[in-house]
Design a protein around this ligand. Sequence first.
Ligand code: SAH
Length: 387
Amino acid sequence: MSASAPVASLHAQAFAPPVATGKRNLVGLTREELTAAVAELGEPAFRARQLFSWIYDKGETDFEKMSSLSKAFRAKLAESFQVARPGVATAQLSFDGTRKWLLQFDDRQQVEAVHIPDDERGTLCVSSQVGCTLTCRFCHTGTQRLVRNLGPAEIVGQVMLAKDHFGEWPASRPERDITNLVFMGMGEPLYNYENVAKAIRIIKDGEGLGISKRKITLSTAGVVPMMQRCGEELGVNLAVSLHAVIDEIRDVIVPLNRKYPIAELMAACRAYPGVHNARRITFEYVMLKGVNDSDADARGLIQLLKDIPAKTNLIPFNPWPGAPFECSLPERIERFARILNDAGLAAPVRTPRGQDIYAACGQLKSASQRLKKSEREAAEAPTSPSP
Ligand code: SAH
């Protein structure tokens, strides 16, 4: 991967948010929606395909430079539309190369996106909602109320902004800083399914952002009724935030469990379309001292996963100010992992990344505010300019 910026031990930059133009943003529109938009301007459907490629493959934001389109069409496009990215409130670089962007939308709501470089890959972690409804007890985002869902433009926009940063255009180029995409930022993606699905269709489109569905992982706390659809329609990898093996504990730390208990969740995992040994479900398990980290818990996990093509991902709890938990001791995590390994379960321990910039798992939290109802409706109205 190319290093696109000098590595500083800690680096924070402030940017001015973009000027709101009031024009409709074409980012986030699917092929079909672009075709309709182009038809409104009296242009044939093949123009939409060209436009799709200019926006999502070439990353072009200036209609003037879309040289395969006629001058007249470019002028018409510029009159009504824009190709815009989210604003960047702050960007931070960790000593370990992890980057975090605090992004800001037209209604001033903010979410975070994180890029984690590794030896052979670079993973971009995106948000799907401003805030979250799930209130998982160990998660910092969980202390923040849900403000609103992100629209497709705001989800795709996170990827495009990161690609701008790395100069990663055209999207189809082989060398990339962003090889993998995970929906593990703020929010529950399966509670914003329609918008997430639209965004994923654009992101995995070979003439769009071109990140294959095999490199995309959607993480859910276990919204059981949406899992089947997600697998069938999107075909992305699934990660499930399990975190406990008995309902009494999971009910407390992942309150969604009261609605969809472990047995139902496991049944949905077994039925997840396309799951087989080469394409396993990842079970995330946050290591909380004295809560879910005993030998018995490890054995319970083996039992639960015995007939599911699974891998586990042990996540050392990342503390945040005022968190009611502590991370399990390293020896405990090691022993827990060994029990799983001995039973033939892959159980890598995730190294916390970007801790100095609060970019580690579950630490994402922006200073968003709950919108008044009228503001929320205005922000969600389809005619309003999307960011
Ligand atoms: N709502 C989705 C995706 C967001 S969270 C989900 O629940 O899967 C992404 C992962 O980070 C989840 O597994 C979540 O449980 C985990 N996580 C949240 N807070 C954490 C923390 N403080 N330390 C470690 N992992 C955490």
